[in-house]
Design a protein around this ligand. Structure first.
Ligand SMILES: O=P(O)(O)OC[C@H]1O[C@@](CO)(OP(=O)(O)O)[C@@H](O)[C@@H]1O
Length: 481
């Protein structure tokens, strides 16, 4: 039995300040949030320091005049907010386990950037300036409408008036905005122009900096969805055995046949290309076969999408494991994320091998992934920011398709459940009970993750024979502002 290192033990990672740069409505907060989520998923301790939050303590609802450079009161308050955020950030770095702080503000002048750079150098930290530069009017407008009118600055205000005031605020920033240029070549920076249409990179020195740059340059904001499903029920699932490379059961094959319809019913973007990703195991390829045949979509097999390797326990039931390796069984219950099967993997190991998948997913447009219980949990945890102590215990029923749609704040999840019975392979902590039958009663809340981050949830039952009726829609929570 072995336990892989705990989350705080990333001593290989240096301490870095990621400094956002750019005019309002250029997606800075969105990028900051994604970087934090990505790093935390890979066990790097990260935090966002949003200067706006500090400013709101004294000035919760300022109008555009507050942001005018010729308004000394406003200038003073904004400088004080930046100082308070930077001071808190530097305090946060005193804990050496804390690795990446993201300073989310416009930082739109050279003098402001020099001040931040000097502070970072004094504190002996590394830095990475990330400028989001965008002159695509359509993108800016959709950002203004989607994000800013729901900003805490404009709570309770008429959206039209809020959007107008916000445009005036941007104009005030434009008067003084200086893009990062040659005169700042001592800075380590990445400049992302029109959301990745062009990228300029300067002076990258460190492994984490380059990983961040790679991640940042893969991001895009084109509308798209990611469909996630486990394979259909397998013969091993029926017997309660884990791992292996079994064929689908008869019910699993029915799910495979129904899947093209289920995907269509979930709402496909018109004429948008869709690629199928599976693992290299038979049960996922068999589940994808009708999708490929009927809809003609390209299929890619990824070894990285194979199920968590259960080592010497491969092919056993949980009952057999509890009898043969009682200490291991207990250790896995005590810390399921870090427990590594003898000769196999832990959830932590799986996340590491999934990192290229996440990078590729960020670059891609519409993808349908047919994979396994543990892998679905890890991918879902990335998108929904599920903490490590919870993600390995999430219930992911068979014969259920999830559609994840990234939005400005959070990911929207819709679930489409096929009305084809399947065993439940979910094992609660402490139990060795054999699988029980779970039919289409809809998924328990436990699968949905943090309701506040989920946005809208749809649970749609599609019956094999009578596809006419449905859908049941439950609203679990609205996206956070
Ligand atoms: O981490 P736990 O909860 O054991 O879940 C992972 C297990 O799920 C299973 C089913 O029990 O996945 P799969 O459906 O791909 O066969 C096992 O093969 C795998 O070991």
């Amino acid at each position: 039995m072995s336990i892989s290192p705990p989350s705080s033990d990333r001593s290989d990672v240096t301490q870095i300040v990621v400094v956002m740069v750019g005019l309002p409505a250029r997606g800075k907060s969105l990028i900051a949030g994604k970087v934090k989520r990505y790093l935390r998923w890979t066990s790097v301790k990260a935090e966002v320091f949003n200067v706006g939050k500090y400013r709101r303590t004294d000035n919760p609802h300022p109008d555009a005049k507050f942001f005018d450079v010729n308004n000394p009161e406003g200038e003073k308050a904004r400088k004080a907010a930046a100082e308070a955020a930077v001071a808190d950030m530097l305090k946060w770095f005193q804990d050496k386990d804390n690795k990446v702080a993201i300073l989310d503000a416009t930082n739109s002048t050279k003098s402001r950037r020099k001040w931040i750079h000097d502070k970072i150098m004094e504190a002996n930290l590394l830095h990475l300036f990330v400028e989001s530069k965008c002159d695509d009017e359509e993108l800016i407008m959709s950002n203004i409408l989607e994000v800013k009118t729901s900003s805490p600055d404009y709570i309770g205000q008429d959206p039209e008036a809020a959007a107008k005031d916000f445009r005036d605020r941007i104009r005030n920033y434009e008067k003084v905005y200086q893009t990062i240029d040659e005169s700042e070549k001592q800075l380590t920076y990445v400049k992302i122009i029109n959301i990745g249409a062009r990228v300029v990179i300067n002076l990258i020195q460190d492994y984490l900096q380059s990983r961040l740059v790679y991640y940042l340059t893969n991001l895009h904001i084109k509308p798209r969805s990611i469909w996630l499903s486990r394979h259909g029920e397998s013969e091993f699932n029926l017997e309660g055995k884990i791992g292996g490379d079994a064929n689908l059961s008869e019910r699993g094959e029915r799910y495979a046949k129904l899947l093209p319809e289920l995907v269509k019913r979930s709402g496909l973007p018109k004429d948008a290309p869709l690629t199928i990703w599976t693992s290299t195991l038979k049960r996922t390829s068999q589940t994808a076969q009708h999708l490929q045949k009927e809809l003609g979509w390209e299929k890619l097999q990824w070894k990285a999408l194979d199920e968590l390797d259960s080592g010497v326990c491969d092919g056993m039931t949980y009952q057999e494991i509890a009898e043969k390796y009682p200490e291991d069984f207990q250790a896995r219950d005590d810390d399921k994320y870090n427990y590594r099967y003898r000769g196999g993997e832990s959830y932590r190991d799986v996340v590491i091998r999934l990192e290229p998948i996440i990078m590729e997913l960020e670059r891609s447009e519409n993808i349908i992934i047919i994979t396994h219980q543990a892998i679905v949990r890890c991918i879902f945890a990335y998108f929904m920011e599920i903490p490590q102590e919870k993600s390995p215990w999430m219930e992911v029923p068979l014969h259920t398709l999830m559609k994840l749609t990234p939005k400005a704040y959070g990911t929207e999840v819709e679930r489409f459940k096929a009305d084809i019975p399947a065993v439940s392979t979910w094992r609660p902590k402490g139990s060795t009970a054999k699988h029980h039958d779970s039919i289409s009663e809809g998924m328990p809340e436990s699968v949905v993750g943090e309701p506040s981050k989920v946005g809208i949830q749809k649970a749609t039952n599609v019956n094999e024979k009578a596809m006419g009726e449905v859908p049941t829609i439950e609203m679990v929570g609205l996206p956070l502002p």
